[in-house]
Ligand binder design. Structure first.
Ligand SMILES: CC(C)(COP(=O)(O)OP(=O)(O)OC[C@H]1O[C@@H](n2cnc3c(N)ncnc32)[C@H](O)[C@@H]1OP(=O)(O)O)[C@@H](O)C(=O)NCCC(=O)NCCS
Length: 185
């Protein structure tokens, strides 16, 4: 699939969300979130899937149980829940925590700085906006073809710098000296 740059309209990027119980969470603090990202250019075939995102949501991001719940789920969830709880406790009361674990666009859809639009669409679907939600992720570029994260070296450094610049454009900032970035107010 190729999408001509001139025809591309970011307004046509949309999301749908599936929410499930998180089976590993011993505190009933988290729900698993699965996002399908689509582009609807009025093609007879309907909206095209162009990528996805998954992670967790919580309606109590400042809960004292959040980081323990994340710890039950696994290392990635623990890192994200600990940061979300710390940010919520330091800043105002948030009504939603969106913890992004995996995030990808099909290759032909990369390079268009869509993160801000996609995150806003997910929040809008959940009837929240940026002021009401703490949104966290760890920028870690993945190799093409499902090879997982890049091994250490200049290729990873360059990919990470580009990805971080895109996240900054979307409004994310590093949380203290951690690996976590958050959508700053
Ligand atoms: C993560 C992602 C959804 C963000 O989408 P986005 O906000 O539209 O950002 P862009 O695709 O415009 O990427 C920004 C820059 O980072 C680069 N980049 C992003 N992921 C990269 C990767 N895995 N490897 C190498 N470069 C990457 C892009 O090529 C682009 O470079 P440019 O500055 O030369 O244009 C999308 O870049 C992607 O699918 N990347 C591959 C999957 C991935 O690495 N996910 C990690 C999530 S933490």
């Amino acid at each position: 699939m190729t999408q001509d740059e001139e025809e591309f309209d970011p307004e046509l990027v949309d999301v749908s969300v599936r929410i499930e119980r998180e089976g590993q969470d011993g505190y009933n603090a988290l729900r698993s979130l699965w996002v399908e990202i689509t582009y609807d250019d009025d093609d007879a075939d309907g909206p095209k899937p162009i990528g996805g995102m998954n992670g967790w949501i919580t309606l109590n991001p400042d809960s004292p149980d959040l980081a323990d719940a994340g710890d039950c789920v696994g290392h990635d969830a623990m890192v994200l829940t600990a940061a979300a709880a710390a940010i919520s406790q330091k800043h105002s009361r948030y009504w939603l925590g969106l913890l992004i674990d995996r995030f990808w666009l099909d290759e032909t859809w990369r390079g268009r700085r869509l993160t801000g639009r996609i995150v806003d669409q997910v929040l809008d679907l959940l009837q929240r906006d940026r002021d009401e939600a703490v949104v966290v992720l760890v920028p870690e570029p993945q190799q093409l073809g499902g090879g997982g994260p890049y091994p250490d070296g200049p290729e990873r450094d360059q990919a990470k710098a580009r990805l971080e610049a895109a996240y900054k454009t979307a409004g994310f900032r590093r949380w203290k000296k951690s690996s976590v970035w958050w959508l700053a107010k």
